[in-house]
Every structure is written in structure tokens, then in C-alpha cells.
Design a protein around this ligand. Structure first.
Ligand SMILES: CC(C)(COP(=O)(O)OP(=O)(O)OC[C@H]1O[C@@H](n2cnc3c(N)ncnc32)[C@H](O)[C@@H]1OP(=O)(O)O)[C@@H](O)C(=O)NCCC(=O)NCCS
Length: 183
């Protein structure tokens, strides 16, 4: 065991500068990785990324920022809960498997399941939200595998890679999660 929350393929551990920052800097500047994430495609300098990374590490109760590592300890991505609202018991969620050789092999959905268990059992949330560009088949399938359901679509929501793209909005409730993950 050791630190972090474990699934069947991954462990979520706190984001650490010495252990995860270099990968974050490389992955956020890889246009293939950022093709369907909601960032502006601006260059992220070491300084800008460090400021962003440090802010995530210091975020306190409004965010839970994890590095995704394999059970063997290889860093392969990031998994986040943000806009955590303990009054309404909701949060937003996002994922990246930055090491592309680990995509499409179940690591992302395992990480999403571990994050959901953390959100519902440790934080006491009842719903977590997400969204993806409708072209992002990987995210669509990964979220469906983790139990997220679609609640709406926002056409022309964001300019990305040459077009105004539709965002698909999703949510995962604690009830749905319990149904899929009986004790
Ligand atoms: C989205 C992402 C986190 C998914 O992680 P992953 O580890 O590749 O996902 P999984 O392997 O758990 O995928 C679950 C399912 O989706 C399928 N899948 C994954 N990537 C796919 C792709 N690019 N095209 C089609 N299917 C894909 C898997 O084969 C699997 O199918 P199954 O349920 O039938 O077995 C990852 O692809 C990624 O980091 N992409 C870049 C960043 C990004 O888009 N983040 C999300 C922003 S909303």
C-alpha cells in the first residue's frame, strides 16, 4: 500500500514538484496531448507552468490534485477534482493520461473510479461533473466506463483547433457510482 488511493491499475498520490513537474511541463506543451483539453493552446513556459503547478499544490480544500502512477510507481498522468463545494457537495473533475503509451489500456477509467470513490467516500460529495469536446472519443468512452452520464451539450462552446466545438457535459452521482461498485 503506502501513500495514496489505489485502484486495480493505478495509485493516486498528491502532486509533487520534484516527482511530477517535469512530466507536467512536457505534457502540457505537447500539442497531441492538448488536442482535446479545454486549455488555450498558448505556450506554457517553465515559469508559467511552475506557477500553475504550485497553485495546485497549495490549493487547500477547493481542489484535490492527484498524480496518476501505475502500481509499479511510474508517473503516467494527472487526475483532479476542482471547484469542490462542501455546501452543495459537488465538484468538477478532469483527467489526463500524459504518457501516450498508457492510453486506451484502462488506466484512465481506473483513475476515474478511484477519484470517484475518494470524492464520495472521503469528501462526502454526491455529484461530480465533467465535460469533453464531442470529438474526444477517448474521454467519452473513459467517462462512460467510469459511470458518468450525459446531461447536456453546449454547441459552439469553445474555439479549439480550427473550429467552434461542442462541449458534452456529464455527471456522476454517488447513487450511480454505488450501483456500479457494490460493496
Ligand atoms: C481521456 C483519457 C484520460 C482516457 O484515458 P485512457 O486511459 O486512455 O482511457 P481508458 O483506456 O480507460 O479508456 C476507456 C475506454 O475508452 C477507449 N478509448 C480510450 N482512448 C480512446 C481513443 N482515443 N479512441 C477510442 N477509444 C478510446 C478504451 O479502449 C476503452 O474502451 P473500453 O471501455 O471499450 O475498454 C486519455 O485518453 C487522455 O489523457 N487524453 C488526453 C487528455 C484528455 O483528452 N483529457 C480529457 C479532457 S476532457
Amino acid at each position: 500500500m503506502g501513500q495514496g488511493y489505489e485502484g486495480v491499475k493505478v495509485r493516486l498520490i498528491p502532486m509533487e514538484i520534484d516527482r511530477h513537474f517535469e512530466n507536467a511541463l512536457r505534457w502540457i506543451n505537447d500539442p497531441h496531448n492538448t488536442q482535446w483539453i479545454g486549455t488555450l493552446d498558448m505556450p506554457m513556459s517553465r515559469l508559467a507552468e511552475l506557477e500553475w503547478f504550485e497553485a495546485r499544490c497549495r490549493a487547500g480544500r477547493s481542489e484535490a490534485n492527484w498524480a496518476i502512477e501505475t502500481l509499479a510507481g511510474q508517473h503516467i498522468g494527472f487526475s483532479n477534482l476542482f471547484n469542490i463545494d462542501f455546501v452543495n457537495r459537488i465538484a468538477d473533475s478532469g483527467s489526463m493520461i500524459g504518457d501516450q503509451s498508457f492510453r486506451g489500456k484502462g488506466y484512465g477509467s481506473d483513475a476515474a473510479r478511484v477519484r470517484a470513490k475518494f470524492a464520495f467516500e472521503c469528501l462526502g460529495l454526491h455529484t461530480i461533473f465533467s465535460s469533453y469536446f464531442e470529438e474526444n472519443e477517448g474521454s467519452a468512452r473513459m467517462q462512460a466506463a467510469a459511470g458518468y452520464e450525459i446531461w447536456g451539450r453546449k454547441p459552439r462552446a469553445q474555439w479549439k483547433r480550427g473550429a467552434h466545438r461542442t462541449l458534452v457535459h456529464t455527471y456522476l452521482t454517488v447513487e450511480r457510482w454505488r450501483e456500479l461498485n457494490p460493496v
